[in-house]
Design a protein around this ligand. Structure first.
Ligand code: SF4
Length: 305
């Protein structure tokens, strides 16, 4: 057994399961630090208040580029939408493992619960991500630990297996009781997954992937906004309201065109990596989605240098 306090690195999404995983370890006197990974589809907004509530340090890691590669070609495929959950979990755990080794944590822990999520938390999936992330033996799931093989931390007495739990399945009853017991009042309602699990969003992203196989994280940011049209090899995005119009203008990059109403209210069009040939189509779309107030309509064109 190490002489110092054992050190655990907990993947903290900010949901109740990950809060409880950290809490169970803290209750054993283990030193806990949290890590949260940012992709285009998840980030630290819920983890920050959770870490504050737990009184532990939170480290935020940007893995958008790594996630992009996973999304383009997931080894274990997609879930019901375009969500590559097994690969996504494995990626996050692999990164956590790198931090664990570099910064001398004893093990990594997560709030995963056996059988809670159909795609990513059945027994085979849990074994798979552990193996894929090079964490074999060093990944502790405190909420379901008693139903799983003992980890190195348990075998070496760094974590007391007796004080870990045997929760499985989709009922969240025991987690709610634990929240009550530990006086954890603030936690988000369980979410079904990131935007990639939503059918409409997945459809749009799939269209982008077909149209532009070398899409970037910036393209993924844009999928969330506006109406998307794919014309003659170009992508035109039309704002649906004032806020989206402003966001589109702010997200335009070099090589993009902004086409916008000058003397009437209507959508702003962003043409990605455009050329002048496509501007008439953007104008046509702007007029189609504008209110007709009878005035002669002027349209301004801005080229992003
Ligand atoms: S729901 Fe989204 S963020 Fe969560 S594991 Fe799946 S792909 Fe990753």
């Amino acid at each position: 057994m190490s002489k110092n306090k054992p050190k655990a690195l907990v993947l903290l999404s900010g949901g109740l399961d990950s809060i409880l995983a950290a809490k169970l370890l803290l209750e054993q006197g283990i030193e806990v630090a949290a890590v949260n990974f940012r992709t285009n589809f998840c980030g630290p907004s819920k983890a920050r208040p959770a870490a504050m509530q737990l009184g532990i340090a939170l480290r935020e890691e940007n893995i958008r580029e790594d996630f992009l590669q996973v999304l383009k070609k997931p080894k274990f495929g997609y879930g019901s939408g375009l969500n590559p959950c097994i690969d996504c979990h494995a990626l996050m755990l692999k990164k956590a493992g790198e931090i664990m080794r570099a910064e001398k944590f004893d093990f990594v822990a997560t709030g995963e619960v056996l059988g809670e999520r159909p795609m990513s938390q059945h027994r085979q999936a849990l074994d798979l991500v552990e193996k894929e992330s090079n964490l074999k033996g060093y990944l502790l799931r405190p909420l379901s630990a008693k139903l799983l093989e003992p980890t190195v931390a348990e075998k070496e007495g760094l974590a007391d297996r007796e004080k870990l739990l045997d929760i499985s399945g989709r009922s969240r009853m025991r987690q709610m009781e634990l929240a009550e017991k530990y006086n954890i009042k603030e936690y988000p309602t369980p979410a079904g997954g990131c935007a990639l699990t939503e059918k409409g969003f997945a459809r749009r992203t799939k269209k982008l992937m077909e149209f532009k196989p070398d899409f970037s994280t910036h393209d993924l940011d844009l999928v969330r906004i506006g109406r998307h049209f794919f014309e003659n090899g170009y992508q035109i995005i039309l704002g649906r309201n004032k806020e989206e119009n402003e966001i589109l203008e702010s997200l335009a990059q070099s090589g993009d065109f902004i086409v916008k109403p000058e003397n009437f209210s209507g959508p702003v069009a962003l043409i990605r990596d455009g050329n002048e040939e496509i501007i008439p189509k953007a104008k046509e779309l702007i007029l189609e989605f504008s209110k007709n107030n009878g005035n002669e309509k002027k349209i301004e064109i801005i080229t992003k240098a």
